[in-house]
Design a protein around this ligand. Structure first.
Ligand code: PGA
Length: 250
């Protein structure tokens, strides 16, 4: 059966010392959680944080990786480099990367393949904008995002993908999708995974909700049958807030 997961996305927050302090505190308070707990940190934190979370209940991921394997790509960080730090996951397809850094479905497809080839598990983000939601196009949008970057994978490789549904209008805005709105589209996403890969793969795919998820709304969201956890931005930066969301699975 699919995993329950709470994953933090620190984004471009915390300098190295602050990141080390946050990771250290988290390892002290997160003991025997009822879900998998992942923190995704900036690249420069990875090697240090890997040493801190080793042997704890917390797993580590990056927030991005390059769409090229290696070579003359100044400033880029490859999937192999991410893996070599001890990280096990990478977030790909985040709407901030798609929008501000012009990551296209083709680029993301390359990134996903390189991440998987290097033994990383992928947290792949999909989700519609406010305009698309208002036009009733959310299902179309998430389907196209899956078809554009991950539905080319074999069923075995697709099994290493965690999906995160993040409506862009709910990210960092304090506006959460209602649990019914989220459940409706999570169920739709699972149905198209089933169409493509069969019911067993669909039943084993974790689909996380992201977008202003916090300790106060997590229990209701996580109570829905097709919501398998959360991808948490702002509320992953404070120990008590993040712990509160993890405890929603208790
Ligand atoms: P938020 O971000 O929790 O701050 O809304 C979620 C995300 O972008 O992953």
């Amino acid at each position: 059966m699919r995993k329950k997961i709470v994953a933090g996305n620190w984004k471009m927050n915390k300098n190295l010392q602050e990141g080390i302090a946050l990771a250290t505190e988290l390892t002290e308070v997160v003991k025997n959680p009822n879900c998998d707990v992942i923190i995704c940190t900036p690249f420069i934190h990875l090697a240090s944080v890997a040493g801190i979370v080793k042997g704890s209940a917390i797993e580590l991921g990056a927030e991005n990786c390059a769409d090229k394997a290696s070579g003359a790509y100044t400033g880029e960080v490859s999937a192999e480099m991410v893996k070599s730090t001890g990280a096990a996951y990478v977030i790909l397809g985040h709407s901030e990367r798609r929008e501000y850094y012009h990551e296209t479905p083709e680029i993301l497809k390359e990134k996903v393949q390189l991440a998987l080839a290097n033994g990383l598990k992928v947290i792949f983000c999909i989700g519609e904008s406010l305009e698309e939601r208002e036009a009733g196009k959310q299902n179309e949008v998430v389907k196209a995002e899956l078809e554009g970057s991950v539905f080319n994978l074999s069923a075995e490789d697709f099994g290493k993908i965690i999906l995160a549904y993040e409506p862009i209008w709910a990210i960092g805005t304090g506006k959460t999708a209602t649990s019914d709105q989220a459940e409706e589209i999570h169920a739709y996403i699972r149905s198209i995974v089933a169409e493509k890969y069969g019911q067993e793969v669909a039943d084993n795919t974790s689909i996380l909700y992201g977008g202003s998820c916090k300790a106060s709304n997590a229990p209701e969201l996580f109570g829905k049958p097709d919501i398998d956890g959360g991808l948490i931005g702002g509320a992953s930066l404070q120990v008590a807030d993040f712990k509160g969301i993890i405890d929603a699975w208790n």
